[in-house]
Write a protein that binds this ligand. Structure first.
Ligand code: ARG
Length: 406
């Protein structure tokens, strides 16, 4: 173990705690090595967790926490973080629907709230120095309460995973929670991030056993499944005609899309800190909702709005990925998106089959598609006589250029 620097003295610390090896090591490390008097753990349930949260709580107390808070923020997460990202069609590097990145600002906010409640002078997280999550936590917490210290012991302690396990064993703290696995997961209803083990070789196919939510193609149904999603102002509100809250709708679509093997992503991703990593995700519900939402926007938004929105969507994804959830640029883009969503109301039909999700129909009271203009049939309202004059002017700049530069 290297000799970690001792940070400014914190007395009472609220630690973001999952019960995994890193955050478990944080409790005794904060107390024994950094001289913190009191560690309070906070475990945020973002929804659909298979982890036994009562056991996580017990483990925190057994590891030396004075209080172990477990809080369910699942509906807030779906409503205020995941659904706005769907309105933004947010995909980092055009692929990653950002389940992990979306959860961090909510956890950061809850950490700060609990710190205030307990009169803590610092918050802590178990992120290492290689990842994005340290950036997301640190930046968000600084914005929410600049007076709170942010401690990141795992960034400084210089222990390997094995050394952490020894450190815990020496103190009589149980190491494993749940099943042992070669993979490192971060799971929430917006998707699962799968890292580590065989996935670190970007040439190797992700082993089938790393997936938790999506079926292998060989096991998907031989019949397609058609689902109808109703949107109101860009918010998915019904599934097959039944009204549903965001969380329930996301979870239901995870099940449907997942059983048809839709929603896997395999990519080489650029982290904020400059490292390229191979990442595997499964986000069936979120990706299906983005597919449907984008299609409905094509039906209801004008071309120039779509184009401007598309470029802002890339920026939105970069901001969220990079921990800038609370930045002024993100708020300004939010305002733009909200304005565009006023007319994004209607229904989209999706067809799931053998790993695919295809839009097979859409309808909207605000649809800009007009049959009478679009039809090739006889009854068309489009005035073909207006076309030649339009084309002449439309092509004029380029034809002048060609005359001058033959
Ligand atoms: N690369 C993804 C991201 O930065 C997933 C990270 C998963 N995080 C984790 N602590 N396992 O958002």
């Amino acid at each position: 173990m290297s000799n970690p620097s001792i940070p400014p003295r914190a007395r009472k610390v609220v630690l973001a705690y999952s019960g995994g090896v890193d955050t478990s090591t944080c409790i005794p490390f904060l107390k024994d090595t950094w001289g913190v008097e009191e560690v309070i753990t906070l475990t945020c349930d973002l929804g659909g967790s298979e982890v036994d949260l009562a056991a996580v709580r017990q483990k925190a107390l057994a590891s030396g926490a004075t209080h172990a808070i477990v809080t369910n923020v699942a509906s807030e997460f779906a409503h205020d973080y995941v659904f706005p990202a769907i309105q933004a069609n947010a995909l980092y590097q055009s692929k990653y629907p950002m389940a992990t990145a979306l959860g961090r600002p909510l956890i950061a906010r809850t950490l700060v709230e609990v710190a205030h409640e307990f009169g803590a002078d610092a918050v802590a997280h178990g992120c290492t120095g290689q990842g994005n999550d340290q950036v997301r936590f640190d930046v968000a917490i600084k914005l929410l309460d600049p007076k709170l210290m942010v401690l990141a012991p795992a960034r400084e302690w210089g222990m390997s995973r094995e050394q952490c396990i020894d450190y815990l064993t020496q103190r009589g703290i149980a190491v494993t929670v749940g099943r042992s696995s070669p993979y490192s997961y971060d799971c929430n209803p917006a998707g699962n991030a799968i890292e580590g083990g065989p996935i670190e070789n970007p040439w190797a196919q992700p082993p089938e056993d790393c997936y938790l939510l999506t079926s292998a193609l060989a096991n998907t149904p031989d019949e397609p499944e058609i689902v109808e999603i109703g949107f109101c102002k860009g918010v998915a509100a019904t599934l097959n005609g039944s009204e549903m809250e965001p969380l329930a709708l996301l979870q239901a679509l995870n099940t449907i899309a997942g059983r048809h093997g839709f929603g896997r992503v395999d990519m080489v991703e650029d982290r904020v800190v400059g490292i390229k990593t191979r990442e595997v995700y499964e986000a069936p519900g979120m990706l299906a909702l983005i597919t449907a939402h984008r299609d409905l926007e094509e039906m209801t938004l004008m071309r120039d709005v779509l184009r401007t929105k598309f470029s802002l969507e890339q920026q939105y994804a970069d901001l969220v990925y990079g921990g800038q959830w609370l930045s002024p640029l993100k708020s300004a883009i939010d305002a733009f998106i909200e304005e565009t969503q006023r007319t994004v109301t209607g229904d989209v039909r999706l067809r799931f089959f053998k790993g695919g999700c295809t839009v097979i129909g859409r309808q909207s009271p605000n649809g800009l598609y007009q049959y009478d203009l679009a039809t090739y049939g006889e009854r068309g309202q489009f005035n073909p006589d207006a076309a030649p004059g339009f084309i002449e002017l439309y092509g004029l700049p380029a034809s002048i250029w060609r005359q001058v530069n033959p």
